[in-house]
Design a protein around this ligand. Structure first.
Ligand code: OGA
Ligand code: MN
Length: 281
């Protein structure tokens, strides 16, 4: 029904010919299959509002209520499932989360016991340059992991700190981490199995304040640095330059993403939903 073309050798495909405001069961099945194959899908030139974004996202499963932004506010246009990401300020107050700064490689909300399966991001306003979003393939990163490292991480788990968001901002009510070995966090396997494809992927979450359970602090830091140096190699990534009306859906179970910084005098407004997930295994 659709034309589906990879956007890189390593991750992502563009789906042409889809109107996300009107996705029937057959169309959804094709989209779902392509998503499982490519981890990230791009749909261009969509004319959908927040309600249609929510309706499309719900085809993939129940949605989370959007987490609050740095001002403690969540939702958009009456839809509590929509998270606004933006640097735009109205009356001196940010209308969305994440500002204009770089967001380093991460998967969404890895610090929860049940992180979201995936996220759907719609571009509403974008700067003419900057603010690109990169996606990297964590199946590939695991397949290529040198066996010397793979043997050491097999069976190990990371404790994922929740005190800061991907922009490095301290979350509302969070205590800054002073000791990663004792701070609270969700504990997930470093090698996880994708529940739908059955394939194994590297699951790192985010580097800051991570800790590999059962290791000395020094041992954990060294191994995490090795894993991150491997996983963040450019060969695993594709970077998307946004146009208005783009919708991208990514799978947090087999990919990471990051965002470039952009000029704060330019406006960037994105609407995101997130699909409820299960405990990684
Ligand atoms: C996110 C995210 C990056 C972006 O929505 O989880 O990391 O490009 N967004 O805004
Ligand atoms: Mn994110």
């Amino acid at each position: 029904m659709f034309d589906i073309k990879p956007v890189s050798d390593v991750i992502g495909a563009e789906v042409s010919g889809a109107d996300l405001a009107e996705v029937d069961d057959a169309a959804f099945d094709e989209i779902q299959l392509a998503w499982m194959e490519h981890c990230v899908l791009l749909f261009r030139d969509q004319k959908i509002d927040a309600g249609e974004l929510v309706a499309f996202s719900k085809r993939f499963g129940e949605l989370d209520i959007a987490p609050p932004n740095e001002n403690g506010e969540g939702g958009f246009g009456g839809f509590s499932e929509v998270l606004v990401l933006s640097n735009v300020k109205e009356n001196g107050k940010a209308i969305g989360a994440l500002g204009n700064a770089e967001a380093q490689w991460h998967t969404d909300m890895n610090y929860l016991d049940k992180p979201p399966t995936g996220s759907v991001l719609l571009s509403v306003e974008v700067p003419d340059k900057g603010g690109d979003t990169g996606f990297s393939n964590m199946y590939r990163a695991l397949e290529d992991l040198p066996s010397s490292i793979r043997q050491r991480v097999e069976g190990l788990k990371i404790k994922h700190d929740s005190s800061t968001n991907s922009g490095g901002y301290l979350r509302e009510g969070a205590e800054p981490v002073t000791d990663v070995t004792t701070c609270p966090g969700a504990i997930h396997p470093i090698i996880r199995t994708h529940p739908e494809t059955g394939r194994k992927a590297l699951y790192l979450g985010r580097r800051r304040s991570a800790y590999i359970m059962g290791m000395s602090l020094e041992g954990s830091e060294l191994l995490l640095d090795e894993l991150w140096a491997h996983a963040s190699q450019p060969k695993y990534a594709w970077h998307h330059q946004w146009r208005i009306g783009d919708v991208v859906i990514w799978d947090n179970r087999c990919s990471m993403h990051r965002r470039d910084s952009f000029d704060d005098s330019k406006r960037r407004i994105m609407h995101r939903t997130q699909i409820m997930g299960d405990r990684p295994f």
